[in-house]
Design a protein around this ligand. Structure first.
Ligand code: 5AD
Ligand code: SF4
Length: 436
């Protein structure tokens, strides 16, 4: 029996897919990259913006052809769109046999059985079930041997007015320290060097179980063999001094933090209900820079939030120029059903959004070339995680892709390199020495 899985969305969703692969392996399924030979096709969906929503229906149209050849083949939809749409999705796409969300991935074995018996196996729950933690019993199946994601919390208790996540992933639930550490140990034994802690709002980990995210960082760092720690996504509001101090004190925490700002205008930030001002955001950046030498940042920006004026947008540009982010992910505001911003007055025309987005990208392009120049000649630590076209590839601690000349035996090693040439998104490097 073979399965094919297509994943959209964020790293959380990709990590969910890695867990789904683990479940399917335990059931005796083998993965295939060719959907035409699959007995089970799954689409793990995202609904953060309108575009990924629409893509799902076109993929379903294509995948349904497999039923002509193999009438027993099953098609499943999971993830955030499934949670948001429920039965409505099945009515729109009757080809769907199985549906579940991130709440009940662990129920997949029963759902497959139901579908094989000829029933529609649709399990969309209003709230996460009590046995949700059963999911951690299945090991993930990863593509990357040396860097692994570990989901440490699910859901989100913030109420950003544009965001559908609280509706699709539910309230914040922190995974227990014990469960996280046992997965980290398992991964290290499996050859992993870099642990990437994941959560919709990872810096809020622990708030619902009487703990603090900084404790988690210290405890993960104590696990023998953890060479690097990263985490996403942190909400600026929860990024306090305790976390900054931990980042500074723990050598394994990398010099790169993703901290979505969303907008540079205080009026827009208030309408988004982000819970901080531009000045407070900049103070956090400063605090992190003081605690961790050489730290770099990436961010998310939404362009064209309802009522955004040219002046508001200028403030976003200003902020981008002030911080000089190493990576900028920008999105045109997309009104999501069931969110407050959906029905706000003053929706911005698409043409204006497009023009502002273009301006933002041009400003960022100039910043990127300036940052890239700064890398030339410097020495960087790179964890080698891949081998492509005869070259080693890995990432610096600041999360830049680095191409390094060297033998394949260095896969999984941390090496010291010197940057010979810097491109906007990658660095050409020469090997200096092998560190570990
Ligand atoms: N429209 C556009 N972008 C959005 N994001 C979240 N919701 C929306 C929306 N409705 C962006 C935010 C978030 C990133 C994951 O997606 O910038 O940080
Ligand atoms: Fe998409 Fe958000 Fe769900 Fe991630 S949590 S898959 S970004 S809707």
């Amino acid at each position: 029996m073979k399965f094919f899985i297509k994943t959209f969305g964020c790293q959380m969703n990709f990590n969910d897919s890695e867990r789904i692969k683990g479940i399917l392996h335990s059931l005796g399924y083998e993965q295939t990259n060719n959907y035409e030979e699959a007995d089970l096709i799954l689409i793990n969906t995202c609904t953060i913006r309108e575009k990924p929503d629409q893509k799902v229906y076109s993929y379903l149209g294509e995948y349904k052809k497999i039923k002509e050849k193999n009438p027993k083949a099953l098609i499943g939809v999971c993830g955030c769109l499934a949670q948001r749409m429920g039965w409505e999705l099945v009515k729109k796409a009757p080809v769907v046999d199985i549906m579940f969300s991130s709440y009940n991935i662990h129920q997949l074995p029963e759902l497959i059985q139901q579908a094989q018996a000829g029933y529609k196996a649709i399990a969309i729950l209003e709230n996460p079930p009590e046995d949700e933690d059963k999911l951690w019993e299945y090991p993930t199946v990863r593509d990357n041997q040396y860097c692994a994601y570990v989901t440490v919390m699910k859901g989100c208790d913030k109420n950003c007015t544009y965001c559908v996540v609280p509706k699709t992933r539910g309230r914040q639930r922190s995974r227990s320290l014990e469960s996280i550490l046992s997965e980290v140990k398992y991964l290290i034994d499996d050859g992993v060097k870099e642990i990437h802690l994941l959560g919709q709002n990872v810096t809020a980990w622990g708030q619902d179980i009487g703990m603090h995210f900084s404790e988690l960082l210290y405890r993960v760092a104590e696990v023998d063999g953890v060479e690097r720690i990263r985490f996403t996504t942190g909400h600026p509001k929860d990024m306090d001094e305790k976390i900054a101090k931990a980042i500074g004190e723990i050598p394994q925490v990398c010099e790169h933090i993703h901290m979505p700002v969303q907008a540079g205008s205080n009026r827009i930030l208030k309408l988004m209900d982000r819970g901080y001002t531009k000045e407070e955001y900049l103070e956090k950046i400063q605090m992190l820079r003081e605690y961790k030498k050489g730290i770099t940042f990436s961010t998310d920006v939404i362009v064209g939030f309802p009522t955004e004026t040219e002046e508001d947008f200028e403030e976003t540009i200003d902020l981008i120029k002030t911080v000089k982010f190493e990576q900028l992910f920008s999105f045109k505001f997309s009104p999501r059903p069931q969110t407050p911003a959906y029905s706000m007055e003053g929706q911005v025309e698409d043409e204006i959004k497009t023009a502002r987005m273009e301006r933002l990208l041009n400003v960022q392009k100039a910043i990127l070339s300036e940052i890239a120049k700064g890398y030339e000649g410097t020495y960087q630590e790179v964890l080698i995680e891949g081998w492509e076209n005869g070259k080693l590839i890995g990432r610096t601690r600041t999360n830049r892709w680095a191409n390094v000349e060297g033998p394949k035996e260095l896969l999984g090693k941390t090496v010291l390199v010197q940057v010979v040439k810097a491109h906007p998104y990658s660095l050409d490097c020469k090997l200096v020495s092998v560190l570990s």
